[in-house]
Write a protein that binds this ligand. Structure first.
Ligand code: NAP
Length: 408
């Protein structure tokens, strides 16, 4: 039965992928994604392999002495709990993997989702162990914070809410960067209302305003912390020098910057600076906007109104070139009975103990899959082998290592 279902889906994959490769609108693309699903099959196959192998392993274990088996089990449980336990961003404790909520509203990767659809995803994520939820004033704008606020209101004291300021809005549209102290304070009042809370656990500067020195921004957040309206200060997409200046004025708990197997520029001084200053690192785009979740393939195309159309790594040529990395990640997924998204997230978790990825998703089954990445383990030899292999792949449309040293 499963074999026939697989054949039907594979037929769907080839017919939708080759005969009709152009996605006319994001909505049509969504439907096609659902038909293609090569990643899901691979995931399912991997999970089946896992169950089969676990069963075989179970029979084998019966032949071992009780003490050897229980010692091995204890050792492996310890390894798993090491990765799955909570992590610290500065002094702020969060789940090892958070939930990025950006794509739950319009203007991101999907057609807009309804509050009714997204609230169960956020609450379901909490049930699966997620305690760290990421949003921003600019997502929507405003509507994403409303969804997150309503979803988390009943469990407010059990979760960490992160949101970001840094823009002006005109007629409901983003109209430029703005980190003037007065504007930050006004923005935070709006954020608190939409998030249905009296404090923002982690308040990030989203993008640096070239007209306001970072020390002044940090000083304003310091006042908000003194007033109890924010608990921790975060930065996003800034250079190491800016982190240092901000940290001197107000302790920074986290830096949120893009980082994944495909975008590795934070390895140029950013991660080292975080480690030196005791700042946590929150990678956004940890599955490379879905690409490393095996959501797209060489036949994926985007209409002009899709956000992907303006992303350099999602042009037809770039996707084609970057498939080499996805193929490598798929191979490691097969090898480790995991899915490509899990390999991508587990690799990040293994880079530094203060790294907390926030994969974005609108699907509870993806939350579940992503959380299980905490159970995928790499030995140091495997990490070296993996890095040697992916370092040889020339990627297209990704940021340069030098970009790490510039505020974005
Ligand atoms: N600070 C900043 O400047 C900044 C910038 C961008 C984003 N962010 C934050 O970071 C979060 C994550 O970044 P991101 O959303 O840009 O990129 P991402 O997490 O790398 O990718 C999100 C995409 O991956 C898909 N996905 C997630 N898990 C998957 C899985 N297991 N299998 C297959 N596909 C999967 C999602 O689609 P489905 O919905 O279909 O699962 C979604 O379209 C955002 O939600 C936002 O909160 C911050």
């Amino acid at each position: 039965m499963e074999f026939y279902i697989m054949l039907i889906h594979l037929a769907g994959y080839f017919s939708t992928g080759i005969i009709c490769p152009i996605f006319i609108s994001p909505i049509i693309k969504m439907k096609k994604e659902n038909k293609q699903k090569p990643n899901i099959y691979q995931g399912e196959i991997n999970r089946r392999n896992f169950i089969t192998k676990s069963a075989i392993a179970g029979i084998g274990l019966g032949a071992l002495s009780f003490s050897t088996a229980s010692a091995k089990r204890a050792e492996s449980e310890r390894e798993i709990s090491n990765l799955s336990k909570k992590r610290k961003l500065g002094t702020l404790e969060v789940s090892a993997i958070g939930l990025g909520c950006m794509s739950m509203t319009s203007g991101s990767y999907n057609p807009p989702r309804s509050k009714e659809e997204m609230i169960p995803v956020i609450r379901g994520a909490f049930d699966k162990g997620v305690t760290f939820f990421d949003t921003a004033e600019v997502y929507g704008p405003f509507t994403d914070e409303e969804i997150v606020g309503e979803a988390l209101a009943p469990i407010r004291d059990k979760v960490v809410i992160a949101s970001k300021f840094g823009f002006s809005f005109d007629n409901g549209q983003r109209s430029g960067r703005n980190s003037q102290p007065k504007h930050i304070k006004q923005a935070v009042e709006g954020m608190l209302k939409r998030l249905k809370t009296d404090r923002i656990d982690l308040l990030y500067l989203h993008r640096l305003d070239p007209d306001v020195p970072i020390e002044e921004v940090a000083g304003t957040v310091k006042e908000l912390i003194q007033e109890g309206k924010a608990l921790h200060f975060g930065l996003s997409e800034v250079a190491p020098d800016t982190m240092r200046k901000a940290h001197q004025e107000q302790k920074v708990s986290a830096l949120q910057t893009q980082y994944s197997l495909a975008e590795r520029f934070p390895e140029n001084q950013i991660l080292d600076t975080c480690e030196e200053l005791g700042i946590g690192f929150v990678p956004w785009g940890p599955v490379f906007r879905g690409f490393l979740g095996d959501k797209f393939n060489e036949f994926s195309r985007f209409s002009e109104d899709s956000r992907f159309a303006s992303v350099a790594s999602f042009t037809p040529e770039a996707i084609n070139q970057n498939m080499a990395l996805l193929k490598l990640v798929r191979e490691w997924a097969m090898k480790k009975d995991a899915t490509p998204a899990q390999i991508s997230l587990a690799w990040l978790l293994h880079q530094k103990p203060f790294i907390v990825p926030i994969p974005g998703t609108t699907k509870l089954h993806h939350v579940d899959e992503n959380m299980k990445a905490t159970q995928v383990k790499f030995t140091s030899t495997e990490l070296e082998e993996f890095r040697t292999a992916f370092s040889k792949i020339e990627l297209a449309g990704v940021r340069t290592m030098e970009s790490a040293l510039k505020d974005q």
